[in-house]
Design a protein around this ligand. Sequence first.
Ligand SMILES: N[C@@H]1[C@@H](O)[C@H](O)[C@@H](COP(=O)(O)O)O[C@@H]1O
Length: 264
Amino acid sequence: MRLVIKDNSEQAAEFISQLIKNRILEHQKQSSTRKFVMGLPTGSSPLPIYKRLIKMVKDGELSFKDIVTFNMDEYVGLDHDHPFSYHYFMWENFFKHIDIQKENVHILDGKASDHQLECKVYEEKILKFGGIDLFLGGMGVDGHIAFNEPGSSLASRTRLKTLTKDTIIVNSRFFENISQVPTQALTVGVGTVMDAREVVLIVTGHSKATALYKTIEEGVSHMWTASAIQYHKKAIIVCDEDATDELKVKTVKYFKQVEQDNQF
Ligand SMILES: N[C@@H]1[C@@H](O)[C@H](O)[C@@H](COP(=O)(O)O)O[C@@H]1O
C-alpha cells in the first residue's frame, strides 16, 4: 500500500486528480474497447478533487464521454432530487459540470421497492462493464469505507446497511436537523471495493487521524472496514498532515521516504 502524505487537503486533492487524469489517459491510449470504469464517493473530502476534474474537462484536458461511474452508496428513502440525497450531491457537485453521458452514471436507488434486487442488479452491472478500474473513496471518522459500518463483513457485497449512531451524528452536518438523517443506506460492500483494480482513498483532517492510524498501523479489522485495503494489490491512501496526527513519527517518515525514492 502506498501512503502519500501532502501538506494540506488541497495538495492531496491535486495529487489524486492528476492521478485520475493519468489513469484515464493511459486507458484511452491503450485504445481499449472497454470503457474506463470508476467508483465514486460523496462527502466533503472528494469535493476539491471534483472541482479539479471539472476544470480539466472545461480546459479540454480530459473527457468523461466514455467513462462509466458507479457511486458507492445512497441513503434509503430519499428521492433523487432531494437536496441531501447522494444523487443530488453528485449531479450538483460533479456530473452536471462535465461531459459524462447520463446512461453511464450509476447510483443506487434508495427509493427502490426491492432493496435486495436493486443491490444485486448493481453488482451485475459492475461486472457487465468489466469491473471497476479505479475506486475513489473517502473514509468515515470510524474508519468506514462507503457505508460499511464497523462490524461489516470484509467480504460484503452491495446491500442494505443500518447506519451507526456515530455516522448519523457526523453526517447530520449536511441536514437541517439530525432527525432528517436517514438511518439506513444502500452501499457497495467492502468486497465490491476490494475487487476494483485500484483503490485510492482521500483522508484529510485531524478528525480522521484515529481512523487512518487504525487503517495503517493496526491489523485488518471489520471494526475499521477501510483497513481491508491492507490486502489490496494496488491501493493508495492520500492524506494531509493533519490526518497523520495519530501515526507514529517513524511511519510518517518512512512513507515520505518511499515517495521521495519513487518520484513517479
Ligand atoms: N458514505 C460516506 C462515505 O463514503 C464518506 O467517505 C464519508 C466521509 O465523508 P467526509 O469526506 O465528508 O468526511 O461520509 C459518508 O459516510
